[in-house]
Write a protein that binds this ligand. Structure first.
Ligand SMILES: Nc1ccn([C@@H]2O[C@H](COP(=O)(O)OP(=O)(O)OP(=O)(O)O)[C@@H](O)[C@H]2O)c(=O)n1
Ligand SMILES: C[C@](O)(CO)[C@H](O)COP(=O)(O)O
Length: 254
C-alpha cells in the first residue's frame, strides 16, 4: 500500500531547500600579485562579498558555504559579519584545499543534511544576475540532476597537440563545430546526492563540477548563461567588472 503522506521524489525535489558552496580559496595567479583573488576589491567591496550577495539575492537560497583560503577563514568570517546579508540567508566558512575540486569537496562536507539542492558558484564570478541563479535552481527543481548556465562562443575553437617542448609549435588537430559548443559558467546546480556521489567517485583533474556528473553517466542540462557572469581571471577582467558595476550604478540612479 502506498503512503499518501510521503512526497514523491519529484515533489521532494520541488520543495527541497537550496544551499550554495562558493569556492574562494584560489590564489588568483593569472590576476597577478596581491591578495587572494576573492578578497580583491571591486568598487571598494571584496569580490567574494559581491559573489555571496549575488547568491543571497535569490529567495530560494537559505545557506551559503564559503570555502576560504586555507589561512584566511577567520578574515573571511569577519568580512561576512561586516557585510549585511538578507535575514533569510545563513553562512558558514570552511578552509579550502589545494585545488578547486578539493575546495568544493570540503564545502560539501560542511553542508547540513537538510539541503536537497546544492549550487556551486565561483567567487571569481561576482556579477552573475539573480535571474541566472533562479533559472539554474528551477531546472534542478524540475528534475535535472545537474544544470549549467552557458553561452554560445564568439571565437572559433581549435584542438591542438600540446607543444612537445617549450617554444615548439602546437599543430591543430581539429576544429569542433562551433554551433555545438558552449562556454560554461557558474552557478552550477545539482541534486545534492548526485553531486556528493560525483565528488566521492570521480578522481583526476576536472575543471568544473558538472563534468564529474557527466562521468557518472548522467545528463547535464544547459540553461542560458549571462554575459555579466564572466569569470574574473586576468587583469583586463577587473576593468570589465568595474565597468559593469558602474553601468549598474548609473541604471540604478546612484
Ligand atoms: N585551490 C583552489 C583553487 C580555486 N578555488 C576557487 O575556484 C574558483 C575558480 O578558480 P579560478 O578562477 O581558477 O581561481 P584561481 O585558482 O584563484 O585562479 P588562478 O588559476 O589564476 O590561480 C575561484 O573562485 C577560486 O577561488 C578554490 O576554491 N580553491
Ligand atoms: C567552473 C568554471 O568556472 C566553469 O567555466 C571553470 O571551469 C573554472 O575554471 P578555473 O580555471 O578553475 O577558473
Amino acid at each position: 500500500m502506498s503512503d499518501v503522506s510521503r512526497p514523491s521524489p519529484a515533489e521532494a525535489r520541488a520543495e527541497a531547500r537550496t544551499a550554495v558552496v562558493i569556492p574562494a580559496a584560489g590564489r588568483g595567479v593569472r590576476l597577478g600579485p596581491g591578495a587572494p583573488k576573492a578578497l580583491r576589491a571591486l568598487n571598494g567591496t571584496p569580490m567574494l562579498i559581491h559573489a555571496v550577495r549575488a547568491m543571497a539575492a535569490s529567495r530560494a537560497v537559505s545557506l551559503v558555504v564559503v570555502v576560504a583560503p586555507p589561512d584566511g577563514a577567520g578574515e573571511v568570517k569577519s568580512l561576512l559579519d561586516a557585510h549585511a546579508l538578507p535575514e533569510r540567508t545563513d553562512f558558514l566558512v570552511v578552509p579550502g584545499g589545494e585545488s578547486r575540486q578539493e575546495s568544493v569537496r570540503l564545502g560539501l562536507e560542511a553542508l547540513p543534511t537538510d539541503f536537497g539542492i546544492v549550487l556551486v558558484h565561483d567567487a571569481a564570478r561576482p556579477l552573475v544576475p539573480v535571474d541566472t541563479v533562479d533559472a539554474v535552481i528551477e531546472a534542478v527543481r524540475e528534475g535535472a540532476p545537474a544544470v549549467v548556465p552557458a553561452l554560445p562562443l564568439a571565437d572559433t575553437v581549435k584542438e591542438v597537440e600540446p607543444a612537445a617542448a617549450p617554444g615548439e609549435p602546437e599543430p591543430v588537430v581539429a576544429t569542433p563545430v562551433r554551433a555545438r559548443l558552449r562556454a560554461v559558467q557558474t552557478p552550477q546546480g545539482f541534486d545534492r546526492a548526485t553531486l556528493i556521489r560525483a565528488h566521492e567517485t570521480v578522481t583526476g583533474d576536472v575543471t568544473d563540477d558538472a563534468s564529474m556528473v557527466e562521468q557518472l553517466g548522467l545528463t547535464v542540462v544547459v540553461v542560458p548563461g549571462h554575459e555579466e557572469a564572466f569569470k574574473v581571471t586576468r587583469p583586463l577582467d577587473l576593468v570589465l567588472a568595474e565597468a559593469v558595476l558602474a553601468r549598474r550604478r548609473l541604471n540604478d540612479g546612484f
